[in-house]
Design a binder for this molecule. Structure first.
Ligand code: ADP
Ligand code: MG
Length: 249
């Protein structure tokens, strides 16, 4: 059993079967990439994992617990965090304030600041936020307004906002979409650093094969809503079905 076990998941949108018989297992502390052509169902699958969509069939277990039917914030509290394609940060707040927001949200189970939170726990949170900022090389920016950060630093801040929740599973939907080659390489380096510093499992949906082959331990290829093959990057590269369906070579 993996940390995340998806079994026979199906999802239909009207006449379109977006996912069918999706079964995959993600092993703890690995980076598992899900690749596939546009429209293959990658984002739909991710949305089923975070409670944004309810599949019609199948099961999703995180650490043995069913996630289906739970609200997104409940799934988040189980230890699953999602990194968005566009950084969702608060431009008017400082870097440190942005990192503190999910700390409070996680305590209370709702996205609200609680004025009754004790000073002691606020101090703990500030220390934790500081440590996470150091981990993503953003400590020097703690007082800067988020709106004025470079694109790459916004990505770092957003990662810090995820990591401060201490997730066991991080879901990333095309984290380098629209980035220059330099920013893409910085993101790869950042994800590697994060992985090296803590026990964390990552599921990464990605178009860019350079990113996939730089990071992934296992790859699932999704085509027309169904897993085509799951294997190591080395074997995926040479797989004739994959080359035909996806790599276009
Ligand atoms: P991918 O992320 O692999 O590009 P998606 O999961 O976004 O693919 O989409 C899979 C298929 O489901 C596509 O044909 C898409 O048009 C369709 N689809 C996705 N979301 C919806 C929705 N909310 N309503 C109707 N169709 C959808
Ligand atoms: Mg998508």
């Amino acid at each position: 059993m993996g940390i995340l076990d998806v079994k026979d998941v199906g999802k239909r949108f009207g006449g379109l079967q977006a996912l069918s018989d999706v079964t995959l297992s993600v092993r703890e502390n690995t980076v598992h990439a899900i690749i596939g052509p546009n429209g293959a169902g990658k984002s739909t699958l991710l949305n089923c994992l975070v409670g944004k969509l309810m599949p019609d069939t199948g099961s999703v277990l995180f650490d043995g617990q069913s996630v289906l039917g739970r609200k997104p914030h409940e799934i988040n509290q189980l230890g699953i965090a999602r990194v968005f394609q566009t950084p969702e940060i608060f431009g008017d707040l400082t870097v440190m304030e942005n990192v503190l927001i999910p700390c409070f949200a996680r305590r209370d189970g709702a996205f609200e600041l609680n004025p009754l939170v004790s000073v002691a726990s606020q101090t703990d949170m500030a220390a934790k936020a500081e440590a996470i900022l150091a981990d993503v090389n953003m400590a020097q920016n703690r007082g800067v307004h988020a709106a004025s950060l470079s694109r790459g630093d916004k990505r770092r801040l957003e990662m810090a906002m995820c990591l401060v929740q201490e997730p066991r599973l991080l879901l990333l939907d095309e984290p380098t979409a629209g980035m220059s080659r330099a920013d893409t390489n910085n993101t790869i380096a950042l994800l590697k650093e994060i992985k090296a510093k803590r026990d964390i499992t990552m599921v990464i949906i990605e178009h860019d094969m350079h990113v996939v082959f730089s990071l992934a331990d296992r790859i699932t290829v999704l085509a027309q809503g169904t897993p085509l093959v799951e294997d190591t990057p080395e074997r995926i590269k040479g797989h004739p079905k994959v080359q035909e369906a996806y790599l276009g070579t």
